[in-house]
Structures are given as structure tokens and as C-alpha cells.
Design a protein around this ligand. Sequence first.
Ligand code: ATP
Length: 235
Amino acid sequence: TAAQPMLAVNDLHGWYGESHVLHGVSFDVAEGEVVTLLGRNGAGKTTTMKSIIGILQKRQGSIRFQGEETIGYPSRAIARLGIGYVPEERGIYSTLSVEENLLLPPLVRPGGLSLDQIYELFPNIRERLTSQGTKLSGGEQQMLAIARILRTGAKLLLLDEPTEGLAPVIVEQIGRTIARLKRDGFTIVLVEQNFRFAQTVADRHYVVDQGRVVDMIPNADMDRNIAKLHAHLGV
Ligand code: ATP
């Protein structure tokens, strides 16, 4: 179809100081899709997300969100458009309780989920409301970090390795949460190392290598591309 993608990244370059690490990343995401960025450590997946949300300021190229060019915008302006980022380190306020974390989302725009909607999505969180954020298990922290972003009214969710370091049963829970968010109409970009997990949640996969997207694999074709993936991922 000719529908405009929700997110369109074109020839994106990014730098840490003098170090040029993104060399022309291009990919797009349709509204309601779940896509992954797969690739080995240091390939540029996290840097791509930081560029989209504007934390990495030294960037060039084009990042259009719902048709709007955002490449020069500061991160707050980008968040305000409806893009939410959950960093690998999750970004929970460590000195605050779970409830306070939910009441102090980093930004609020119309359409953010109510506390009741959050508790319905994440029943575990309701049971831990008075706990300090950092006393939660890794899985609970990940759920809380996603919940905080949903409170902001973000419609495009950038999740950086949500399953990292989590036990298989918790990884399954995160998978169910992502599937539910997709059903509810959210659009999700996921950085993953675990491509078995990636296969259970995503519509398409972009392979990132040396600061570029080098391949796109529809989820249905993953099995027959495993050899190629192993080559890219070096596993
Ligand atoms: P990982 O899973 O290890 O995070 P990644 O694909 O997300 O891998 P990036 O974190 O985006 O990779 O890193 C891309 C490149 O940028 C790597 O060469 C990395 O060493 C470098 N890099 C990352 N963060 C910084 C930084 N703060 N300063 C300088 N270089 C950095």
C-alpha cells in the first residue's frame, strides 16, 4: 500500500564526539507493527534508538515520525510527539516507590494510560505499589519501565533489550505484554539479541551491522534465514 510509515529512518548517521558509529541506517515501521533490530554487540542498535529519541544529538539524515522530520529536534520535543524510549538500564527512579514512579512519568501528553489501565495490563505492579523501584526483580522493573512510558501517551515504543538478563518465564511474560500492546494498537521497535524471542513477537526484523541496516527479514522467513542470521550475528 501507499500508506506512509509511522516511522521512516533514512540514511541516518550518528557520532559520539569524533567517533562516527552510524553509517547510513535506513528502515521503516508501519503503524501497529512490531519490528526488531537484530545485530551483534556494538552494531549500532542502541545508538539508532538514541538517535530516534534525540538523546544522541550529533546525527544527520532523516527521521520522520508520522511524516514530520524530527532530526533536529531535542529529545523532549520528540517525546512530546508520542515516541517513548525504555533504555536498557530501564531508567526507573531508584529512590521512589513504584506508585511514585507511575505518578511521575517523564512527560505527559493526551492519551496516556490511567493507573487503572496500567494495573489491568500489569497486575504484578499493583501488588508492589509501595516498594522502592530498585527493590523490584528485573522483570518487574522492566514492566514498570514500560508502564511509565505508557503513562506518557507514547504510541511508538522503543524498547532496548527488554528481555536481557531475565529468566525464561519472565521473558514469556514480556512477550505476552508486547503482543497485548500490539493488539491495543501500539507500534513497537525492539532491540534484541535473543532471536528466538524476537521471532515470537515481531512482524519483521532488521539486521544491523557496522552502523547500517544490512537486511530485512519478514518473520515468516526467519527459519530459512537462520544461517544468514548466524553469520550477521556472529553466534
Ligand atoms: P550493544 O548490544 O552492545 O548495546 P549495539 O548494537 O546497541 O550493541 P551501540 O551501543 O549502538 O551498539 O554501539 C555502537 C558503537 O558505538 C560501538 O562501537 C560502541 O563501542 C560505540 N559507542 C557506544 N556508546 C558510546 C559512547 N557513549 N561513546 C563512544 N562510543 C560509544
